[in-house]
Design a protein around this ligand. Sequence first.
Ligand code: NAI
Ligand code: MG
Length: 481
Amino acid sequence: MTESNNNWEYAPSLEGTSHIQLKEKYDLFIDGKWVKPSNNRYFDTINPSNEEKLAEIAWASDADVDLAVKAARKAYVEVWSKMKASERAKYIFRIARLMQEHARELAVIETLDGGKPIRESRDIDVPLACNHFFYYAGWADKLQDAFPNRMIQSLGVAGQIIPWNFPLLMAAWKIAPALAAGNTVVLKPAETTSLTALKLAEIIEQSGLPAGVVNIITGHGDTGAAIVNHPDIDKIAFTGSTAVGKLIQKSVIVTAKRVSLELGGKSANIILEDAPIDQAVEGIVNGIFFNQGHVCCAGSRLYVQESIAEEVVRKLKQRMQSLYVGNPLDKNTDVGAINSKEQLSTIEKYINIGINEGADMFQVECEIPSKGFYCRPTIFTNVAQSSVISQEEIFGPVLTIQTFRTIDEVIQKANNSPYGLAAGVWTDKGSRIFNLTSKLRAGVIWANTYNKFDPASPFGGYKESGFGREGGLHGLEAYLK
Ligand code: NAI
Ligand code: MG
């Protein structure tokens, strides 16, 4: 054991990378083939933990988007919509099985490209992504049972745009229900994390899925906008920032396109005085430091009942000291790299705002690597309800802490937010859970736990957190007429 700020340290335990296969250059996956971008433009994707280049990625133009939409339309009309649902189910099931076979490779690539700890990509992202395909494969030939007494009809071509915080998982959330409901897909991953979606394209190729049913095209915001504005798309599914969500809503308002938006959050994690405190502290840590706080439903606003506030904050600080911040490929790492330089500067901007607003900051005193993008886990106490840091989404490992006296007060404070994605409640009493869950305006509420996901349970928000639900039967409905 060596001396460090934490007084203890594990020996590094790096996940191997020799088994992964990455191409130097990735083209667009359109109509079952790998196609060069029409303007021959490519961009680099880097490893945010050390800033090294991983590969070059095609930057799709409007013409490429058009090619992808045409392929998706043709596959929809000629093949996918005519196929028996039980046959469609087999393809979705096969994709799930192939993903499982490639699970280790997918997890390592997710960690290299996005910066999240290998423990999370291995134990959470990849298994959940597989489970989404398995879950929806099961529904594909049972749609009539799922929605009795209704005429079941697919929508057509779905344009899907996803963010960088759960790259493979978001691709699964979008593609699996769309296919199960009989639609074809054009999907664009985020520009900083395209690699696992491109690996998924290789898996889809291996699965023998008919050409054009899933098209995966890469690029920046302009590529996303070209998908949104394409006239032959029937449905747009978007997960990302509220700013882009609003733009999308504006541009589809005069069209017949269906839209579902899953936007940001500023979720309240509420600890009542009868809560099991040690478990709650774990839940707070999991709620905000999990995946570097790059979680739309992160428990980023903590509300602690006054009588236990001192103890909770003391124990939280103690627990934070033992968080291991560093190389995401290390199996000991709790907090990995921030996804991009831009996101790191956004987070740092908010930390400075918090200091200038007069809140008290506490940061873990750990060493962080000199290369790459890292942020020390940070909490703010003495925070005003109206402060910028307690109102705006930071999307990083930064927690604001406020106290409250009564249940009515915390309900009012928790609901005082432009967002309404998730919330957490910690208490010993079931009646208090039911009381709070019925009054909190949030799409998902966890009781005595946080950040738990399952393909069968719907997910989505209120207010500026978006509309539409993903997961479960609700997620299928979003892809049916
Ligand atoms: P973003 O909303 O710009 O990116 C999300 C996706 O949308 C990416 O694939 C991007 O290429 C695409 N996109 C960008 N502009 C577009 C446009 N005009 N039309 C269509 N697609 C477009 O998010 P960004 O800039 O990466 O992150 C900014 C903030 O957004 C974060 O700090 C965080 O607060 C929030 N965010 C929320 C997420 C969530 O899960 N709800 C995920 C990622 C970011
Ligand atoms: Mg990257």
